[in-house]
Design a protein around this ligand. Structure first.
Ligand SMILES: [Fe+2]
Ligand SMILES: [Fe+2]
Length: 326
């Protein structure tokens, strides 16, 4: 496991032509302990019990969302991307808290896109009714199935909603529609795209031996999509995800030029320590490979960051957790 390089202060100036800037925020898991009569669904009651008795409510420090939201507002990126799990059990109060905190930042970004996680489509009814889109609509551009955008410096964005009916499980699933949409976007824009960014809550590959518990494959039926990336998309590809609550960079061992970037869980407190509010800023400079800047809040409550080059060696794993805070 590699260690994190020495952090730098945000006060240091960044020189040269400003790159196209993407901010990627991971699993926030806003929660609420209020349970209404329509919430008496087995899975939601179990989730509620986990919030109340399982410690999830203590681990995700919602009160720290305000400084994080303030930082995101201040940064005004070209793209502000949320890879899902805004909520814990898909309830109105949870989405309302997320929306209230993040709306100013969403409004100030060039484009904001939100692709839901399994906790945002928690029950079959939430999945069917797409409650996440009802509560996080408008400025957040929630992805119902798949959506594509183009940005500066040849960056293309493919945002995929892979939530599915998973019983008491937590996995996601790709469909033929996702692949068709990706193929048509690529065919239409291939002459201008230099970097393909995929935004999806779930990753189809995990670095071996990193997660403390084996969750099994959490994105199912993605093989045709990975085969298409291998055969048809020769530009660098960044897969922005969350779901596993750790930050990392991981070069795919199977798909050339594909790198996974996990944004982790900014509000998560580990070992009783305050959450470090970490998130990623991806710089896409003109004619150069993208770099990843990890922002986090230090022990003295100051904002710090460090830069990491996207690894080229297949299978290379880089830990982007703030090790000092663990
Ligand atoms: Fe999560
Ligand atoms: Fe998740």
């Amino acid at each position: 496991m590699s260690t994190s390089p020495a952090p730098q202060s945000t006060a240091q100036a960044v020189s040269g032509h400003p790159p196209f800037r993407i901010i990627h925020v991971g699993d926030l898991h806003f929660w609420s302990l209020r349970l209404g009569p329509t919430d008496l669904v087995r899975k939601r009651v179990l989730g509620w019990g986990n919030l109340l008795f399982g410690g999830r409510g203590k681990k995700f420090r919602m009160e720290e969302a305000r400084p994080l939201a303030g930082k995101l507002l201040e940064m005004r990126p070209d793209w502000l991307l949320f890879s899902g799990d805004f909520s814990s059990t898909s309830r109105r109060e949870e989405f309302h808290r997320a929306r209230t905190q993040l709306l100013p930042a969403a409004r100030e970004a060039g484009l904001t896109v939100y692709t839901p996680g399994n906790h945002d489509a928690y029950t079959r009814r939430d999945l069917r009714r797409r409650t996440f889109a009802q509560y996080m609509g408008g400025e957040f551009h929630p992805v119902l199935d798949a959506a594509a955008y183009t940005g500066g410096e040849g960056a293309g964005l493919l945002a995929i909603n892979a939530t599915t009916s998973n019983g008491l499980g937590s996995h996601g699933k790709f469909s033929a529609r996702h692949l068709e949409m990706a193929e048509s976007f690529w065919e239409e824009r291939r002459s201008e795209l230099r970097l393909l960014v995929i935004l999806c809550h779930f990753p189809p590959e995990d670095p071996p031996g990193v997660l403390p518990h084996d969750r099994g494959l959490q994105l199912r039926e993605a093989q045709p999509f990975l085969a298409w990336l291998t055969d048809s998309v020769p530009v660098p590809k960044l897969w922005l995800h969350g779901h596993h609550h750790y930050r990392w960079l991981y070069a795919s061992p199977t798909v050339p030029g594909l790198t996974y970037l996990n944004a982790g869980a900014p509000l998560l407190s580990r070992n009783g320590k305050p959450p470090d509010l970490g998130f990623h800023e991806i710089h896409v400079p003109s004619g150069k490979p993208p770099t990843v800047r990890t922002h986090y809040r230090g022990a003295a409550m100051e904002w710090l960051w460090w830069d990491t080059q996207v690894p080229e060696q297949p299978g290379k794993y880089i830990n982007l957790e703030n090790l000092a805070a663990q």
